[in-house]
Design a protein. Structure first.
Length: 523
């Protein structure tokens, strides 16, 4: 059997059943780690405190009457516990992160260094404006870049994430409709190829959501969308490039039709990474679009934040954008506009979305990324992202079914289906098999328009060598599924935990510690 570049051969690694058991449960440097309740004791603590006098407590009836029940650990035990847990997590610093529609790319360390500079890392939102001119300058300059790159008129910087940005854009549309006396428009059209948060956002804002079907090639059915337009339609929410990894070629035609019918166009900009520097959404008639800074401009992604989702707005919607925003005067001084005022400032704003001005650390990182790349570098970002995705797509021809391969090149992500698998084998088996290969699985079962979907986004930061290794791993697992390899049904074998019941875990999570065998918790 041929070796890979490192000289490692697959048969060198024993299967889980062949490997000898260890007393500790450890497998070399993959350390077994019990829960903190199992290794600590509630009778001890890692820090010595003198007994305190609680007789004068101001808590009154709220004073704790029983032990809190938290385990005590020494400092080295605590550090080791969380370090060992961290080794069981996958991260972009460990390898390629193929999540489709998420753009999990490398975060340059230059960005991190800039975000930690004094004046950025320690800035406080309640400082006097005159003492934070540098920080406000970063926000203002980043805003100008986002407006320029998208060809839009204005931008709201305060939204905290993609879905928050969606809500911002929809609230701008709602305010604009009410301002012209058309608050009766209550329908938002959402194509099947859009992101799943789009209909949730529209419903949350009080709109009725109606689906627009996709064509056989995975794009919006333009004829069906036009046929549904009418006096009750407030907007269309369209993702471009869409969740099938395809560019919506008819977006300008769609925008013109929506505008002619009195509605607005919201574009989900989560996939802007695929077109940055190449396409300006404003030229396509878009009225509002959020930009995930963690996706396109490499700020950290994951763990629930910190996120940032600025929203660029057309000239028609800019007056309704939220507060606060920055304004640079002729003398270079930057003003923070925080109040609704009559005149030329912002009298038509729908109000605030957050207490302060946004995520300073994310703004600093994103601007550093933009300035370090420049216009030509950002264009190459999009080109390389598309090149890498198409390399993955074409390299797996004949191994995995690609339902839209005949539609032409994909954009930033390649989509595959579970067609051709042996009887009883599913996308989930392939995903679990990839864990044994050392990869976090790709996005699975999404988008819903593809049966057993597998959505892979390699991003532009991966080398050809890294892509070749991932392609080889995915091809190997897929061929095992096609051949009916029974061992794949119980994968992963080499992970710290075996296959979990994710559905049960989501519906009946165990949130309170109780002494139970590991098998019961995991299986």
């Amino acid at each position: 059997m041929a070796m890979n570049q490192s000289g490692w051969r697959p048969e060198m690694t024993p299967s889980a059943s062949d490997a000898p058991a260890t007393f500790t449960g450890n497998r070399a440097l993959m350390l077994e780690e019990p829960t903190i309740f199992e290794i600590g004791s509630t009778d001890t603590t890692g820090v010595d405190f003198a007994d305190g006098d609680v007789s004068g407590s101001r808590l009154g009836d709220l004073t704790r009457k029983s032990a809190i029940g938290l385990p005590g650990l020494s400092e080295p035990e605590t550090v080791r516990h969380y370090t060992r847990l961290s080794r069981q997590n996958y991260a972009i610093d460990l390898g390629l992160f193929p999540l489709g529609s998420c753009t999990m790319k490398h975060n340059p360390r230059l960005n991190e260094r800039m975000a930690r500079l004094p004046g950025f890392a320690d800035v406080h939102p309640l400082q006097p404006v005159d003492t934070v001119q540098g920080a406000l300058g970063v926000i203002n300059e980043l805003a100008m870049w986002l407006i320029t790159l998208t060809g839009m008129h204005g931008v709201a910087m305060s939204p905290k994430a993609g879905a928050h940005g969606e809500l911002c854009g929809i609230l701008c549309i709602k305010a604009a409709l009410e301002a012209r006396g058309e608050g009766h428009r209550k329908v938002v059209l959402v194509p099947e190829s859009a992101h799943g948060t789009n209909p949730a956002t529209a419903a949350f804002a009080g709109f009725q959501v109606e689906d627009i079907p996709a064509t056989a090639e995975g794009r919006v059915d333009t004829a069906a969308l036009k046929a549904r337009l009418g006096p009750d339609v407030a907007a269309v929410m369209i993702t471009n490039p869409n969740t099938c990894g395809l560019f919506e070629r008819d977006l300008k035609e769609i925008s013109d039709a929506v505008h002619a019918a009195g509605g607005y166009v919201y574009c989900d900009g989560a996939n802007f990474n695929a077109i940055v520097g190449r396409v300006r959404p404003g030229d396509l008639g878009v009225d509002a679009m959020h930009i995930n800074l963690h996706k396109t401009f490499s700020t950290p992604h994951g763990g629930g934040g910190p996120g940032s989702g600025p929203v660029v707005l057309s000239e028609a919607l800019s007056p309704f954008g939220p507060l606060p925003f920055t304004a640079r005067h002729a003398d270079g001084h930057i003003q923070l506009i925080e109040e609704e005022t009559a005149g030329d400032d912002h009298p038509d704003t729908f109000g605030r979305m957050v207490a302060f001005h946004g995520q300073m650390g994310m703004f600093t990182r994103a601007l550093t990324y933009i300035l370090s790349h420049g216009a030509d570098g950002l264009r190459q970002v999009a080109e390389d992202a598309v090149l890498n995705a198409n390399y993955v797509l074409r390299s797996l021809e004949g191994t995995l079914d690609a339902p839209f391969a005949a539609s032409g090149p994909c954009m930033h992500e390649a989509i595959f289906s579970d067609a051709g698998m042996a009887q009883g084998f599913t996308t989930l088996d392939i995903a679990k098999g990839l864990i044994d290969e050392g990869y976090h699985p790709m996005t699975v079962y999404f988008p819903l328009v593809v049966h057993g979907a597998m959505l892979v986004e390699p991003t532009e930061t991966e080398s050809k060598a890294a892509l070749d290794q991932f392609i080889g791993a995915l091809r190997s697992v897929a061929e095992r599924a096609k051949a009916g390899d029974a061992a794949l049904k119980s994968a992963p074998h080499y992970a710290p935990r075996r296959r979990l019941d994710e559905t049960l875990a989501a519906r009946k999570p165990v949130l309170v510690w109780k002494d139970m065998p590991v098998k019961e918790a995991a299986e």
